[in-house]
Design a protein around this ligand. Structure first.
Ligand code: AP5
Ligand code: MG
Ligand code: ZN
Length: 218
């Protein structure tokens, strides 16, 4: 099955998907991480995506849908997948449904609900590991040693799109698309809403329960 993890920028998708993937063994596939890997590699796709990401806009559907379809065709995505950051608009949701219509593979969505004021604070205090991708927060999830990744020891950085003006642009440009995707999954009876506010472990407990109810268990 495919569990679509929906949420605004900073809602905790990456943090929660990482933990749910570790607990269930499902593959964690994140479009933002795929774009960042392409940018780091200097590929044409990365160069094309970078300008949109730095402007807080969605990367065009054609680029994004081709990239995610190639990723979902890999062997580790053959059975259970947690999808983080895709779909973000109705065209992407339709492409996902169409890709699996023939196989009958089940697609369910969970929305992590977080108020906007909290999103801004989470994003501006985030630090990330450029090597392994793990997210930290200066207050709620600090690394054990300041500025250093707990997992791999790399120096932590601030994501370029977490600059305050880019955070504002992301929230201004992307929340309407999220709302329309939420409504699509709600209308087709495939949506569960989870309160995304609280300690990271507490939210993970709620998400794990919703995922299990949708058919994703360890
Ligand atoms: P992407 O990387 O997906 O960014 P995003 O959706 O803006 O989400 P974030 O990764 O910023 O937040 P998150 O929800 O993962 O939160 P996190 O767990 O890190 O996409 C980047 C860009 O790529 C997009 O802007 C777009 O340009 C492009 N793109 C991606 N997908 C696309 C698509 N499908 N179509 C077109 N373009 C696309 O947590 C945030 C912070 O909060 C961290 O510091 C964390 O430690 C902290 N935190 C998490 N949970 C809690 C908690 N419960 N309490 C306190 N702090 C918490
Ligand atoms: Mg993320
Ligand atoms: Zn790391």
């Amino acid at each position: 099955m495919i569990l679509v993890l929906l949420g605004a920028p900073g809602a905790g998708k990456g943090t929660q998907a990482e933990a749910l993937s570790a607990a269930t063994g499902a593959a964690h596939v994140a479009t933002g991480d795929l774009f960042r890997a392409e940018i780091a590699a200097g590929s044409p796709l990365g160069l094309a995506a970078q300008q949109f990401i730095n402007a807080g806009q969605l990367v065009p559907d054609e680029v994004t849908i081709n990239m995610i379809q190639a990723r979902l065709a890999k062997p580790d995505a053959a059975s259970r997948v947690i999808l983080d950051g895709f779909p973000r608009n109705p065209a992407q949701a339709a492409a996902l449904d169409a890709a699996y219509a023939a196989s009958g593979r089940e697609i369910s969505a969970v929305l992590l609900k977080v108020d906007r004021a909290i999103l801004e604070e989470r994003l501006t205090a985030r630090r990330v590991c450029p090597s392994c991708g793990r997210s930290y927060h200066l207050l709620s999830r600090p690394p054990q040693s300041a500025g250093v990744c707990d997992v791999c020891g790399s120096a932590l950085i601030t994501r370029s799109d977490d600059a305050p003006e880019t955070v504002a642009a992301r929230l201004a440009n992307q929340l309407a698309g999220l709302d329309s995707v939420v409504e699509l999954y709600r209308a087709s009876g495939r949506l569960t809403e989870v309160n995304g506010v609280g300690a990271i472990d507490e939210v993970q407990g709620r998400l794990a329960a919703a995922a299990a109810a949708a058919g994703l268990t360890a």
